[in-house]
Design a protein around this ligand. Structure first.
Ligand SMILES: Nc1ncnc2c1ncn2[C@@H]1O[C@H](COP(=O)(O)OP(=O)(O)OP(=O)(O)O)[C@@H](O)[C@H]1O
Length: 302
């Protein structure tokens, strides 16, 4: 069984008038680290809550581990670890003491407690109380809680939120380790591509409740490159097309359009046209909606 999560036509209304999710078809295979990306309010948390049974499915179907979620909920959830709302951590207790509270709840062994502390790199925090932890350490402790039942699937909602660069690097190493050494399939959401692109193997992008892309990270990068276009008008557009053959130019009404990847390409294109003594009337990067979305997802927010 290769398919770990499959949603079919998942649609959700928070109220009669507002459709939060529209026909979401998520597909996550075993061994993937799947980044679920979208701007704030896109519908990521709603989707994750539906997958975890924290919200009742209204329309569509969810299959996890190849089983229908509705009819196998308990069996499925036993094999899923999640970090979706900030779990309550006790500030006056140590990491192991916090885990002990949850260990009893989950019926996990003491050996597993020691193991998860080690996995998240908090086995050397000795007598430190959680209130003295950095945000990154608290986040890793929260992941440790989710790991107690030794899940096959781990679902993390915005785990990088609020972390400093060191915290993000630690989270990245942890996620990769869980995937590689412990064979976990991981679904994590984020509103920033830059935050997660070094961790994930696959990406789903949601905007305004609709999935607008799903595929491997390589496919995403290819698509991103294809999105960036430069609009060019010169004194001789036909001549410009032959000068810029390498950029696979496209003839428009009174201009040409070429794909470009970075600012250096723009400079090179300008120089090539100039060297052929073509007058440049227009050299303008144009964005479409998808590119604008990529920009939003890759821009660092304060
Ligand atoms: N309980 C609720 N009642 C009404 N509307 C809700 C509720 N929960 C979420 N929404 C709305 O649904 C939309 C999607 O929210 P959701 O939290 O799923 O987005 P998100 O992509 O996770 O964004 P964020 O990163 O900001 O949490 C938003 O417009 C939000 O206001």
């Amino acid at each position: 069984m290769n398919n770990i999560i499959k949603t079919i036509g998942l649609t959700h209304f928070h109220s009669k008038k507002s459709k939060t999710l529209s026909d979401i078809n998520l597909k996550i295979d075993k061994g993937q680290i799947y980044g679920f990306l979208g701007p704030n309010g896109a519908g990521k948390t709603t989707t994750l809550r539906l997958i975890l049974g924290l919200l009742k499915t209204q329309q569509g179907k969810i299959e996890i581990f190849g089983q229908d979620f509705q009819s196998n909920r308990i069996d499925i959830l036993k094999k899923v670890g999640s970090l979706i709302e900030n779990p309550s951590l006790y500030g006056h207790l140590r990491a192991d003491e916090n885990l002990e509270v949850y260990r009893k709840l989950y019926g996990a062994s003491k050996a597993r407690l020691t193991e998860v502390l080690k996995i998240v790199g908090l086995d050397n925090t000795a007598k430190k109380k959680v209130k003295q932890f950095s945000l990154g350490m608290k986040q890793r402790l929260s992941v440790a809680l989710a790991l107690l039942p030794n899940p096959e699937l781990l679902i993390l909602d915005e785990p990088a939120n609020g972390l400093d660069p060191t915290g993000i690097i630690e989270l990245r190493e942890l996620v990769k380790k869980l995937n590689k050494e412990h064979g976990m399939t991981i679904l994590m959401s984020s509103h920033q591509l830059t935050e997660i692109e070094k961790m994930v193997s696959h990406v789903g992008i949601i905007a305004k409740g609709e999935m607008i892309f799903q595929g491997s990270l390589e496919e995403l990068h290819l698509l991103q490159k294809k999105q960036a276009k430069l609009l060019i008008r010169t004194s001789d557009n036909v001549g410009a097309i032959s000068v810029l053959k390498a950029y696979e130019p496209e003839q428009l009404d009174d201009a040409i359009s070429v794909a470009y990847q970075n600012e250096q390409d723009i400079a090179d294109i300008g120089r090539k046209l100039y060297e052929k003594q073509l007058d440049i009337y227009l050299l303008q990067p144009v964005q479409n909606n998808l590119e604008q979305l990529f920009m939003d997802l890759t821009t660092q927010h304060a």
